[in-house]
Write a protein that binds this ligand. Structure first.
Ligand code: DX5
Ligand code: ZN
Length: 220
């Protein structure tokens, strides 16, 4: 799999999610941010909204769960139609069981790390996962500044993934724009979330193409 762009619907018009998805026809996935006002200090949406969007959108749904107790809630997002479900390892009680359950229900299983969470303790989990999400802002809000301090962790995650040899995608989320995406790609990321950069652009679909080109300019 090459470079993938997954625009965050957090920066889209929540009253018009169907038409907002149609405005980014070139996107590989729709990244949907689920926040519970416990794991992060913000509250967004849940499985019923994802279920409605999954029915009308051409792109598959990449659900990013910024919630406590993902062990309890993540399976319902697969049942709602998400093709990929990301849980935060800081919140998961039993990440191996949870990743296996997500896969058994038919979705890609993904594990997210907050900026201060290291990847190394989770090396043995890699065979259980289809994607690692390295957060490049503290999760909770769109439009924050990219944290360069996360770049070494992207590099270390890429090294571990290559060592493991599996086909695990490496996603970055937070502050990704035309200014920062090359740094992420150079460090080894291949799946790029961008919210404000895409939906703040005059032509969001053109921005998706520009981000893709900018990320493809450097390989790993
Ligand atoms: C933040 C979310 C992100 C957010 C990214 O906690 O996980 O997906 O929408 O927004 P930007 O691209 O504006 O930083
Ligand atoms: Zn996100």
């Amino acid at each position: 799999m090459g470079i993938q762009i997954t625009p965050s619907m957090l920066s889209a018009d929540f009253a018009n999610l169907q038409s907002e998805a149609a405005r980014i026809a070139g996107a590989d996935w729709l990244h949907v941010d689920v926040m519970d006002n416990h794991f992060v200090p913000n509250l967004t949406l849940g499985a019923p909204v994802i279920e409605a969007l999954a029915k009308v959108a051409a792109q598959p749904i990449d659900a990013h769960l910024m919630i406590d107790n993902p062990d309890r809630w993540a399976p319902s997002f697969v049942e709602a139609g998400a093709g990929s479900v990301t849980f935060h390892v800081e919140a998961a009680a039993a990440p191996v069981r949870l990743a296996r359950e997500i896969r058994a229900l038919g979705a890609r299983a993904s594990m997210a790390l907050r900026p201060a969470t290291p990847i190394e303790p989770y090396e043995d989990l890699l065979p259980e996962l289809d994607m690692i999400l390295v957060m490049t802002v503290e999760p909770g809000f769109g439009g924050q500044a990219f944290l360069d301090m996360c770049l070494p962790k992207i590099r270390r995650a890429r090294t571990l993934i290559d060592k493991h040899g599996g086909d695990i995608w490496l996603q970055v989320d937070g502050g990704v724009s035309l200014d920062t995406i090359e740094r992420c790609a150079e460090a080894g990321a291949d799946v790029f979330v961008a919210g404000s950069a895409v939906f703040g652009a005059e032509d969001p679909d053109r921005m998706v193409a520009e981000l893709r080109a900018q990320a493809g300019g450097t390989g790993h």
